[in-house]
Design a binder for this molecule. Structure first.
Ligand code: CS2
Length: 439
């Protein structure tokens, strides 16, 4: 039996605490992968259970029809399994109403963004989905393509303006440094090129708040789906598996109404930068280092790599001695305690988080995860032994013959094969733009 609205479920499973059918959709989410379903959709489900109304989510996949095929036959319902050494907890999430596939029904995506009830368009399209050039500007040639978030956002905004509706909040939930400002800049560049009549309206009517998003969400496996089915008594093709920890820090700068996410655990603040920087350089920086160093030593999962007595001290040093000193902590932000908590989260034996999942798209991740830290130390005349080890491990990975999942894969493989790989990658005119230059 496939999970759907009428499926009888065991009493132990938490279900949506509101009338799903009575909710309008207030959010269009582009990039409805496992991360969104285990993070923002859960906060939104909780906000509706706490009394907020009309914040249903219309999910959008830009290319793949997989998530639509998983969720639409289930009336948008899916489960989130929270796993720790202490056991697993399962709950049903009702916030997602249905999923559109932009390549199949592009006009439906535009209509959803242009609907009067929609107030927020949010994004988890991964780093490469922003279609930036190495210098940070928009790759205009790529951004006219069918898989471009800009194309759909602009068409939806144009319809809103034409219909006399208000603007929107465009909410980036990706691991970019200054994700709100990046999205605003790129959206402006797109509009200037294709909808210059919208540029001034966008500036006055729309907002792009910054966010720090954090929850570790490994790709769901068939074994995970089997375990969920055994507990649920129904097949959930859209199941997601995650850790107990979850954090969301959001810049409180919205164009219109929003769910009261702060009532259900999110932090709405004036300035996200220090949280975001700490998360990118400590958590994600350590993750990418674990991925390349760990794969080089034959490990498969994060918890195995962090348990390796040769790897753990490298990661501890990276977080505590290299990344943490570069962060000007906010009041109450304790970076030593943050590093402790991250080590525990990485060690979670119940979460089979594959290193190869983190290793993908290195060219898009490494600048904000490693190079900003390296540049900070460089101007102070200091070396970073752990990050240099991590860079060597990345180059070894690129040379290893392992398939490279990265938009720059071919160029990276070629540059890494050069005896002067460091210069080809990070030097002047190298593949990876950064303020850090190899010594
Ligand atoms: C990971 C992140 O895949 C990766 O690159 O570093 O997805 C990480 O698990 C999340 O950012 C945690 O919040």
């Amino acid at each position: 039996m496939r999970l759907a609205s009428q499926t009888p479920l065991p009493a132990s499973i938490q279900t949506p605490g509101y009338d799903r059918a009575a909710q309008a959709a207030g959010i269009v989410h582009i990039g409805i992968g496992a991360f969104h379903r285990a993070h923002q959709a859960v906060y939104t489900d909780d906000a509706m259970a706490a009394g907020d109304r009309d914040w249903g989510i219309v999910g959008v996949s830009l290319r793949s029809a997989d998530v639509a095929a998983q969720l639409n036959p289930q009336d948008g319902l899916y489960t989130v399994s929270t796993r720790s050494a202490a056991g697993s907890e399962l709950r049903l999430i009702g916030a997602v109403q249905h999923v559109l596939v932009a390549s199949e029904t592009p006009q439906a995506v535009v209509d959803a963004i242009a609907a009067p009830t929609t107030h927020i368009v949010s994004f988890t399209v991964t780093e490469k989905g922003y279609l930036r050039r190495a210098d940070g500007s928009l790759d205009l040639a790529a951004a006219v393509g069918a898989a471009s978030l800009y194309h759909f956002a602009a068409a939806g905004l144009a319809a809103r303006k034409a219909g006399g509706l208000g603007g929107l909040t465009l909410l980036s939930c990706d691991n970019l440094a200054g994700n709100g400002a990046v999205l605003r800049r790129l959206m402006r560049e797109y509009l200037a090129a294709h909808h210059s009549d919208l540029s001034a309206w966008f500036d006055s009517e729309c907002r792009c708040p910054a966010t720090m998003i954090d929850r570790i969400v490994p790709a769901t496996t068939d074994a995970d789906r089997g375990a969920v089915e055994a507990t649920l008594g129904a097949r959930d093709e859209g199941a997601v598996v995650t850790e107990a920890f979850s954090q969301w820090v959001i810049e409180d700068d919205f164009a219109g109404p929003r769910p009261r996410w702060e009532k259900v655990g999110a932090e709405l603040v004036a300035d996200v930068a220090r949280y975001e920087t700490a998360k990118l350089r400590m958590l994600n920086g350590a993750h990418s280092a674990l991925a390349y160093i760990g794969l080089g030593k034959g490990h498969e999962f994060v918890h195995q790599a962090i348990a390796d007595p040769e790897i753990r001290p490298v990661i501890e040093r990276l977080m505590r001695k290299e990344a943490a000193p570069t962060i000007d902590a906010a009041p109450g932000q304790d970076l030593a305690a943050y590093a402790d908590a991250l080590l525990d989260r990485f060690a979670n034996p119940a979460l089979n988080h594959r290193l190869i999942q983190i290793a993908m798209d290195g060219s898009q991740k490494i600048p904000q995860r490693w190079l900003e830290t390296l540049a900070w130390h460089r101007v102070r005349g200091q070396r970073c032994r752990s990050l240099e080890t991590a860079i060597a491990a990345w180059i070894a990975f690129l040379r290893s013959g392992h398939p490279i999942d990265d938009p720059l894969a071919d160029k990276l493989r070629e540059a890494a094969a050069d005896p002067n790989a460091i210069e080809r990658l990070f030097g002047d005119g190298g593949l990876i733009a950064s303020d850090w230059r190899p010594a």
